[in-house]
Design a binder for this molecule. Sequence first.
Ligand code: BTN
Length: 124
Amino acid sequence: MKKLLLVFGFLVVFSGAGIADQLTAPSLWKNQRGSELRITAVGANGSLRGTFTNYASGFQCQGIPYPIAGITTPGPTTFTVNFVKCRTVTTWKGSASIFGMPTEWVLRYDGQTQTGSDFFFRVN
Ligand code: BTN
């Protein structure tokens, strides 16, 4: 009986942990490259307002907060940044949970495409 309860407990905890969350405002997120995602408002329809500041080494346009456009749902969250000065547009897509938000991104510059992953962890 004890074992059964333990297994049930694990199932509850780990199935719950897999459920994605909507982003909330205000919140501040950092990724593994040191870049910052600041969420200042979430609309009733999940629309996102905020800024993204790039600090990733090997990339340009560092330290400039650019506005984000995006949408957050209890499932996926997507946001786009137009790094105007660099003529680069990047879109991230991921799912937030209590552990953070793993994302995949697509960067477009001068007709070329680059892809990668960023993991965002909440800092505030
Ligand atoms: C550029 O170098 O053309 C503009 C800045 C791009 C920064 C990219 S976006 C994806 C990746 N994740 C980051 O935090 N920064 C880089």
